[in-house]
Design a protein around this ligand. Structure first.
Ligand SMILES: C[S@@+](CC[C@H](N)C(=O)[O-])C[C@H]1O[C@@H](n2cnc3c(N)ncnc32)[C@H](O)[C@@H]1O
Length: 281
């Protein structure tokens, strides 16, 4: 059972995008074999599957203390609106048990904690202790206490029982996972029947002009990262990880394949981000 002590869960030996050969979008990075070892993408780079988690950890440990300010700068504040919309689509009510997976500094947790109130609980869960620590300090400073639990865990191997949560959200997290299919199956397991999974993530802009403009804008992020926080590499990874992330229909197929029903998505700003929602029946 979950508790306040951070737990480590970090086995990642499977193929990225396993079984997705029929998906609408093909990924050269998906479980490729490089010199006899299984590889996956880390941005545009191919890395051995067992090294991706460490590389991703390096990025988020590096950005943790400046994550919130950079998020506001680069998204021009739009992530806040998208997170509010995600909460609106969640159907979460007073007394519910919510998992904010890859919750980082806790934006979604903060919104949910007000809704579930004193009879519910939000589990702010992240693989990275630095992000979790920044999130915990921030929420406590803002007086959000009593109904939030902090768990350090890998989304691909969760320390929760079956049928445990009324709702699960992942905000801008899943594209960093090594094995997304494995995580989706795990999320299905811990969700209660009737519960909803919502995935807010960067996606593929549908309007070609907007897509071009966004590609140009985001290509400046490493420079902005360098200028504001002296870290261009992490923001280079951010740009690349967005570009290799599955498009809307591919992620929808992946959720369906993991067992979710009624999977649908809402494009935000023409698909620069999207919210996918699926139900466990
Ligand atoms: C871009 S941040 C998003 C934080 C927050 N949800 C938000 O929307 O602001 C991505 C988060 O995913 C976490 N993460 C990456 N891989 C993970 C995994 N396998 N399991 C759990 N969390 C993971 C990172 O540590 C990081 O905190």
């Amino acid at each position: 059972m979950p508790n306040q002590d951070p737990k480590q869960g970090s086995n990642q030996n499977s193929n990225e995008e396993n079984g997705k050969q029929q998906s609408r979008q093909q990924f050269s990075s998906a479980g490729a074999h490089g010199q006899g070892r299984e590889t996956t993408h880390f941005g545009f780079e191919q890395v051995p599957v067992d090294q991706k988690e460490k590389r991703v950890a390096g990025v988020f440990s590096s950005v943790a203390s400046k994550y919130d300010i950079m998020n506001d700068v680069m998204s021009m504040g739009s992530h806040r609106l998208f997170k509010r919309f995600t909460v609106e689509l969640s159907g979460v009510r007073k007394g519910h048990r919510v998992l904010d997976l890859a919750g980082g500094t806790g934006d979604l947790t903060k919104l949910f904690s007000k809704i579930v109130a004193d009879t519910g609980t939000v589990f702010l869960t992240d693989i990275n202790d630095a992000m979790l620590r920044v999130g915990r300090d921030r929420l406590i400073d803002e007086g959000i206490v009593g109904n939030v639990e902090y768990i350090q865990a890998n989304g691909e191997q969760l320390p929760f029982p079956d049928n445990f949560f009324n709702c699960i959200t992942i905000g801008y997290g899943i594209r960093n996972f090594t094995n997304k299919d494995k995580a989706l199956v795990e999320l299905y397991r811990v969700l209660k029947p009737g519960g909803r999974l919502l995935i807010l993530e960067f996606s593929t802009a549908q309007n070609p002009i907007l897509k071009k403009a966004y590609d140009i804008y985001s290509s400046f992020w490493p420079k902005i990262g360098d200028a504001l926080v002296g870290d261009s590499d992490s923001y280079q990874y951010l740009v690349e990880s967005i570009r290799v992330h599955p498009d809307q229909d591919t992620l929808k197929d992946m959720m369906t394949q993991a067992g979710f029903d009624k999977v649908e998505y809402h494009n935000l700003l023409s698909g620069i981000s999207a919210i996918h929602r699926g139900i466990k029946f």
